[in-house]
Design a protein around this ligand. Sequence first.
Ligand code: MN
Length: 238
Amino acid sequence: MRKLIGVTGSLYSSRSGVEGIFAGDDYTAAIVEAGALPMVLPIGLQDEAVESLADQLDGLLLTGGVDLDPAYFGEEPIPQLGEVSPARDEMEWQLTEAFLARDKPIFAICRGIQVVNAVAGGTLYQDLHTQKRGVLQHTQRAPRWHASHEVALAAGSKLAAIFGTERIRVNSFHHQAIREAAPGFLVTAVAQDGVIEAVESVRHHYVVGVQWHPENMWRHQPIVHNLFQTFVDNCGGK
Ligand code: MN
């Protein structure tokens, strides 16, 4: 049986006013390409429903999206904080806790790495440009697939094994980033300006987060798909 991977989505209103959930096809296609079944998740489940979902899914792909409410890491909002989605925050928080408690695999992208890091007890920059000196351009104006800045990968990390090298170039569409990595998380990629671009848990079998958007790169650079393949390969299945 194919493995079932939960894919988080964004709340979205169509031009005709219909509200729904949106997950980019690049995410779900990457999971299909890796041999598993993606399931875009509803928003608004709580408590026992979230626990049941965590029991039934083999892996969780936390996708990109709007900013996490800084209340989740103990801060008041600064003026440069972007849009926040309280319903999405609440469910992703519970679901991430449920996955970590079960030691089930998580692959966390962009907003996702920020959610995992905050759930595990780390902090974020609400706005890099305001809160950290001398940062590079992390909101590129080049096409989505274009690798715009370099990151150095930590020797011996899962990422270094996945890419077979310790320096790669990545795309960049974030104004937030991890400030302090959560206890039990290793920083596994850093940009030249010191911005944390990836982490992995040392306490869990497979919990990996990246700040960039590999889903928009893998069709142009096949090696990038290894991130999705390795994640799916580490999911339990039945
Ligand atoms: Mn970046």
